[in-house]
Design a protein around this ligand. Structure first.
Ligand SMILES: [Zn+2]
Length: 356
């Protein structure tokens, strides 16, 4: 006996990402032991490093029924896309666990409020994809690794972002290009909070950057579909492990990676990496880089490592500052964003920002 269950877009993305190996060593939605091991020890119960629990939430009726049926057929837009043998049933206390995952349980934190809004009933198991067409446009490790190999790249640095390219990210990416054979720009385009940049804004800005400035034969661009969690340090490591699975040898973690508001310290992700490195093998080289800004005295992009002016002449550059400038109807200065990129954003046919 099997039950039909309609899944949402985030669960669909998790299904796809689990199936193609993006969340390796995870093969399926985690069980109770792995869930608590991840939130308490940053690892699966077998000791493998893993920082964000990938769980499958269902309503109470399905949860209870599935205890007898043990098998679910998952539908998306009423079409069966996958089936799953249930291996474990457990309830979570998201409000309580948020402290460990997000380091806060403030409901104003977009990741916390999203997590708390989910059903507390969770099912574990490895999904089997029935409708293979859902995998067609997925970002697949087999494909990126093939591309890296065919280009003869031995070292590839991954770059995570959710913003159009600005001068601070350009600075980090150029450091990556100095260190490695190639740069893989891999923006996250799954669920993001209202007010964040749209997928098109991010993608088009990078097309323009690669067309106008970057060495095309050493840069690869593709998007990663998974929700933003805004879980700061834990998500920085999650982002790195995904890029390792995609074939990257290096990954850049800058200032306030995957952060939001003032919930995390500027370099809290760096600190967590340094702590966990004593215990775990990451399998990917992490470039822990300072946050670049424009110094009006140096008259260039610098970081606190390279500028001797003690940060007294700072023009701050971040996705947040640029979002604020653009949404107030102004244009970011050329020190912050290249004119070609700004023009690209202004010429978008669709929305620059995600709406409520
Ligand atoms: Zn300076």
């Amino acid at each position: 006996m099997s039950i039909l269950y309609e899944i949402n877009e985030e669960t669909l993305q998790d299904l796809i990402n689990l199936s193609v190996g993006l969340f390796n060593p995870l093969k399926g939605f985690v069980n109770r032991d792995d869930y608590y091991s991840i939130i308490n020890n940053y690892s699966l119960s077998n000791g493998n490093l893993w920082t964000i629990p990938i769980t499958f939430d269902v309503d109470e009726e399905t949860y209870e029924k599935s205890k007898t049926a043990k098998n679910l057929h998952l539908t998306y837009n009423k079409k069966v896309v996958a089936q799953i043998e249930i291996s474990d049933w457990f309830e979570v206390n998201s409000q309580k666990d948020a402290i460990k995952i997000f380091r806060t349980n403030d409901l104003k934190h977009p990741g916390v409020s999203k997590e708390v809004s989910r059903n507390k009933f969770r099912l574990a198991g490895e999904p089997e994809i029935i409708d293979k067409s859902i995998l067609l446009n997925a970002l697949k490790p087999t494909e990126t690794k093939e591309i890296f190999k065919n280009n003869g790249w031995k070292t590839i640095v991954g770059f995570q972002t959710r913003n159009p390219v600005h001068k601070a990210h350009e600075h980090l990416q150029r450091i990556g290009l100095e260190v490695c054979d190639a740069l893989f720009i891999n923006p996250l385009v799954g669920w993001k909070k209202a007010g964040d940049f749209s997928e098109e804004a991010v993608t088009e800005s990078y097309k323009s950057m690669i067309e106008n400035y970057y060495p095309k034969d050493r840069v690869h661009f593709d998007v990663l579909k998974t929700p933003m969690r805004y879980a700061g340090p834990r998500e920085a490591i999650f982002h790195a492990l995904i890029r390792k699975n995609l074939g990257c040898t290096h990954f850049i973690i800058g200032r306030d990676h995957a952060g939001v508001g003032n919930y995390y310290g500027k370099y809290e992700a760096h600190e967590l990496v340094k702590t966990l490195k004593k215990k775990f093998n990451f399998g990917i080289e992490l470039l822990l880089l300072g946050g670049p800004y424009y110094c009006t005295k140096c008259k260039q992009i610098v970081t606190e490592h390279s500028c001797g002016h003690n940060g007294s002449y700072i023009k701050e550059i971040s996705g947040t500052t640029i979002r604020k400038i653009i949404s107030s109807g102004k244009n970011p200065e050329t020190e912050i964003m290249r004119p070609e990129i700004l023009a690209t954003l202004n010429n978008l046919k669709s929305e620059i920002f995600i709406r409520e």
